[in-house]
Write a protein that binds this ligand. Structure first.
Ligand code: ZN
Length: 108
């Protein structure tokens, strides 16, 4: 982004938000996801810093924020049936934690 592309903070920031923030209460499939707007913003900031961090301070903040968010994640699971390549599992759409179906059955 060049300086000329910068949008004044007073402009309608909502029009620039990704669906992951705008659709509070729903996930990308339209399924219910009660993750709060504040948490959605934190995940967005973590991703932004991880991708766009340009120095060690930015990368350290991204790492610390990722650890905090992962540690306190209220998982939003998405289930995968599994196929010939990947076994059945569920994965959190926020922190990416995975629980394999075979492990769940073993602990019941
Ligand atoms: Zn999670």
């Amino acid at each position: 982004m060049t300086t000329s592309e910068y949008v004044h903070p007073g402009a309608d920031y909502r029009s620039r938000l990704p669906l992951s923030i705008r659709d509070e209460g729903l996930d990308s499939n339209g399924d219910p996801d009660p993750t709060t707007t504040d948490r959605r913003w934190l995940w967005r900031l973590e991703m932004f810093l991880a991708v766009n961090g340009t120095n060690e301070h930015h990368r350290q903040m991204a790492s610390d924020l990722q650890f905090y968010l992962g540690e306190t994640c209220e998982h939003h699971w998405k289930a995968y049936e599994g196929d010939a390549e990947i076994a059945a599992h569920r994965q959190c759409s926020w922190c990416n934690d995975v629980v394999w179906a075979a492990n769940e059955e073993a602990t019941r």
